[in-house]
Design a protein around this ligand. Structure first.
Ligand SMILES: [Zn+2]
Length: 283
């Protein structure tokens, strides 16, 4: 009995020991895991708690920087798209012209156009509505000199139309349209904004006493008209809309319309027997 009891006791003891050992092992495991968790926490927390400002910055800055980078990337993407596909950009800029040579939709220019220092006013390059220089002193002096030169040769010339304001050109053009219809008027009179007379550098010239020939091609056949065509360049003027150049200048032959461009250039254009558009490489 005693032996059995002893055995039972030792068995119970064993069980107790195993249980305690198991508990100890379990506790040890739990403790280790807990400790690992505890250890893991501080590795995240202390920087937040100890250096909140620096940490916040280090979080916010990269975010801002990332956003900025994203914006820049998007911007880059856009500019790349623009560079790679220029066609959609060019299409709205491609101007359509009507049968009279004017843009179908008028685009009001911000500034007048100068090509090689020469002010351009034609159906492709209109002047701003507000461009209102008045008669140019240099052109006025030149035309007076030219008229004096003609007088010396026996011709009594008169500049019957010079500088026109936008408003005056509007009235003039409207009257011509009412009289001859727009299609006809577009061949000899400029729409407001497109007239070279608005530059203050153009004159319509005729002969005194022969008013019936003013604004006609016949004027170019008269001795006075011929003299003018041959000598205008000596005074800095060119016959602006010569015969057979309507497709280039946009206007029918105007034997009476002269444009001041200065002596040197006028001589060069005259000797090249060309139009201002061609001489400046616009056509
Ligand atoms: Zn004119």
């Amino acid at each position: 009995m005693r032996g059995n009891r002893t055995k039972k006791t030792s068995d119970i003891w064993k069980i107790v020991m195993i249980s305690i050992t198991s508990l100890l092992i379990m506790s040890a495991i739990v403790f280790t895991v807990k400790e690992k968790r505890e250890l893991a926490k501080p590795s995240l927390n202390p920087p937040v708690e100890e250096q909140p400002n620096e940490n916040n910055n280090s979080i916010e800055n990269p975010t801002e920087a990332d956003e900025q980078q994203e914006i820049e990337d998007k911007h880059d993407d856009k500019s790349n798209e623009e560079q790679q596909e220029p066609e959609p950009q060019e299409k709205p800029q491609k101007i359509e012209y009507d049968e009279s040579g004017y843009p179908v939709t008028h685009i009001e220019p911000a500034e007048p156009t100068f090509v090689q220092g020469v002010l351009i006013a034609n159906k492709e390059y209109p002047l701003p509505k507000t461009y209102n220089p008045g008669e140019r002193p240099e052109a006025k002096a030149a035309v007076e000199k030219m008229i004096a030169g003609a007088k010396g040769a026996g011709y009594d010339l008169i500049a019957f139309s010079g500088f026109r304001s936008y408003e005056y050109q509007t009235t003039l053009y409207t009257n011509y349209v009412n009289r001859d219809g727009q299609k006809a008027a577009d061949r000899y009179s400029a729409r407001p904004g497109y007239s070279e007379h608005q530059t203050g550098l153009a004159y319509d010239i005729g002969e005194k006493g022969r008013e019936s020939l003013w604004l006609t091609s016949e004027f170019g056949e008269t001795p006075a008209g011929k003299w003018l065509h041959q000598h205008a360049h000596e005074y800095g003027f060119i016959l602006r809309y010569p015969q057979g150049k309507e497709a280039i200048t946009g206007y029918m032959y105007e034997s009476w319309h002269f444009r001041y461009i200065g002596n040197e250039l006028a001589k060069a254009v005259y000797e090249a027997n060309t139009t201002l558009e061609e001489y400046l490489g616009l056509k």
